[in-house]
Design a protein around this ligand. Structure first.
Ligand code: F6R
Length: 238
């Protein structure tokens, strides 16, 4: 667990963790996330890329996408990745993947995505955490799915993500998300959380019991997880 003074400092640390993988793995695969938390990470990573970090052998695989939003929709995660990362990189990754939320057959799309993850084992998975403890869009539930699947977003997540949309009515109610198996199969996991509203989810996930009602608590089962926090998100840790 690393606690930083500011999201900016934390972002620099995360970017260097990503850089280490790119420098030391022959064909690095980065699992990427979206959302406000990862923005300082991507800003710092862009600075590293500007200073000569070569991404031409790197593959990126994103966690999730809203159902019904095409890649050119300003709130889609395709768009987020382009705006916040890809378009700023001097050398583009060899491949970049985000689930297709407008696939005609979403079940097939989930299968395609699982096959992609199996053939590109993830070296480092970057995660944010929902206020309810979700990772990817694996929402709290009495059970969790291991494979990529279509999920109905919880009311809490819809409300929380409404800040990115004109009105809460425009927030999609479904998403395609990697399952917990794909996340836990990553060799290394870096979970980033900032702000007081994440403190409860962080504390429950790090030091509570492992339970599907707090999806991020599953990370206790993984041997290489780094929690990158600021003081507020760390404030309820024992
Ligand atoms: C996004 C994702 C989500 C977010 C989480 C936190 O790809 O998988 O789990 O990481 O909802 O979002 P922010 O950072 O906006 O608070």
């Amino acid at each position: 667990i690393r606690v930083f003074e500011s999201p900016k400092d934390a972002g620099i640390y995360v970017a260097t963790l990503m850089e280490q993988v790119i420098l030391h793995v022959e064909r690095p695969v980065l699992g990427l996330a979206t959302g406000s938390t990862v923005i300082p990470c991507y800003q710092a990573f862009r600075s590293l890329a500007d200073c000569g970090l070569d991404l031409s052998r790197t593959v990126t695989i994103n966690l999730d996408e809203y159902v019904g939003l095409s890649a050119d929709h300003a709130q889609s995660y395709h768009y987020f990745m382009r705006e916040n990362l890809f378009q700023h990189l001097p050398t583009k990754p060899e491949e970049s993947h985000v689930p297709n939320g407008v696939a005609a057959n979403l079940e097939e799309e989930c299968k395609r995505y699982d096959a992609l993850i199996q053939s590109h084992p993830i070296d480092l998975q970057l995660l944010g955490i929902g206020v309810n403890g979700h990772i990817g869009f694996n929402e709290p539930s009495h059970s969790l799915l291991s494979r990529t699947h279509v999920v109905s977003l919880s009311e809490e997540t819809i409300q929380s993500n409404a800040r990115f949309f004109d009105t809460v009515k425009n927030v999609p109610h479904q998403a395609v998300t990697m399952g917990v198996q794909a996340i836990l199969q990553a060799k290394q996991i870096v979970l980033v959380a900032f702000g007081k509203n994440k403190a409860k989810a962080v504390a429950e996930s790090v030091s509570g019991s492992v339970q599907t009602n707090v999806p991020a608590s599953m990370l206790q089962l993984h041997r290489d997880v780094t929690w990158v926090l600021d003081k507020e998100s760390a404030s309820l840790l024992p």
